[in-house]
Write a protein that binds this ligand. Structure first.
Ligand code: X2X
Length: 332
């Protein structure tokens, strides 16, 4: 009797373990930046909400510094598509080599402020972008934000395209960045984030562009970047997404849970990172960085210098999508 009860208990335990391991899988989530940055915090928040709402059944484990693709952030999308990575919170810039429509967000001076960004991502243009991602083999769930990208350098205050002439600027990802900085007369070099700081340290490049949160947290001031021009030429959204094979393995209920948690984490991160901008700028100034604010006329010179890029890139992005984005911005 005793023995059989013992067996029953063992069998029950084994059954429980089997059930647990069948459901309690751990999923990888790729990011470029750690949770010292808003970007990494978006992923951590997602993991936290999913764990809580699934009562521990679903665990998301965040791998930062694009380590799942050996630091090559432009390979993240393909790795997710093929199932090497289960999920990601990624930048539109880094995925644009595989999803040409995502170059929309890298068009210089398309948006002027966060309301413009929201009008695009939350409206018809945003839906078209999500469909494009889906068509290229990945399931998009929600938006986050890396932020408006500002221009820094070690040489001099930049107030005009002439000031940028010949300057070596580190850029990331898509060929559109190459085009933008070339048309402005600079000398752009594409490299990963992992290579950017060493290149700034050695002076292999003179400048870079990234959101204030990245400049602040990565202490870009410590690698000789003394001048920071606030030109707000583009803002890269983040997208929460899942590999299609992983997505299909979830029940409809769990899919809804994952999606809602991504939406909530994204909203939380967007609000938080926007609210922190002013104090970040103050901290950057306190460290002795000269912050250059452009007059409307000075900014307009950059707008006009880069305007010819639209004709070429409209073909890759899609005329309808660009029009939808422009209409969204005009409605503000
Ligand atoms: O590499 C960059 O500049 C970064 C961290 O902002 C992106 O991944 C787009």
């Amino acid at each position: 009797m005793k023995l059989s009860r013992c067996f029953t208990a063992l069998a029950a335990a084994a059954a429980l373990t089997a059930a647990f391991s069948a459901h309690a899988r751990e999923y990888s989530v790729s990011t470029v930046l750690s949770d010292a940055f808003p970007w990494g915090q978006a992923a951590s928040k997602w993991a936290e909400l999913v764990k809580e709402r699934s009562e521990g059944r679903i665990t998301l484990r965040v791998y930062d510094n694009a380590q799942l693709v050996a630091g090559d952030q432009t390979k993240e999308f393909s790795a997710m598509r093929s199932g090497l990575i289960d999920m990601a919170v990624g930048s539109t810039i880094n995925w644009s080599p595989q999803v040409p429509e995502l170059n929309l967000f890298s068009l210089p001076f398309l948006v002027a402020d966060t309301a413009d960004t929201d009008a695009i991502t939350q409206g018809a243009a945003g839906e078209t972008v999500f469909k494009a991602i889906e068509k290229r083999g990945v399931v998009p769930l929600a938006w986050g934000e890396n932020g408006f990208r500002e221009l820094s350098n070690s040489k001099k205050p930049i107030r005009s395209p002439e000031d940028l002439k010949g300057m070596k600027i580190r850029v990331v990802g898509s060929p559109l960045f190459q085009d933008t900085f070339s048309i402005l007369g600079a000398n752009p070099t594409q490299m990963s984030w992992a290579d950017a700081k060493p290149a700034l340290t050695t002076g292999a490049v003179d400048g870079q562009e990234n959101p204030l949160s990245v400049f602040d947290v990565a202490r870009i001031d410590q690698v000789d970047q003394k001048y920071l021009t606030l030109w707000g030429y583009m803002a890269d959204p983040l997208i929460f997404a899942v590999s299609p094979s992983v997505w299909k393995s979830f029940s409809a209920e769990d899919q809804a849970l994952l999606k809602q948690a991504a939406i909530d984490a994204g909203k939380w991160e967007i609000e938080k990172s926007r609210a922190e901008e002013a104090q970040r700028l103050a901290a950057i100034r306190e460290r002795g960085v000269q912050v250059i604010e452009l007059s409307a006329t000075e900014r307009q010179a950059f707008v006009e210098a880069t305007a010819p890029l639209y004709a070429k890139w409209e073909k890759r992005i899609g005329a309808d999508l660009l029009k939808a984005a422009r209409d969204a911005v005009a409605g503000n």
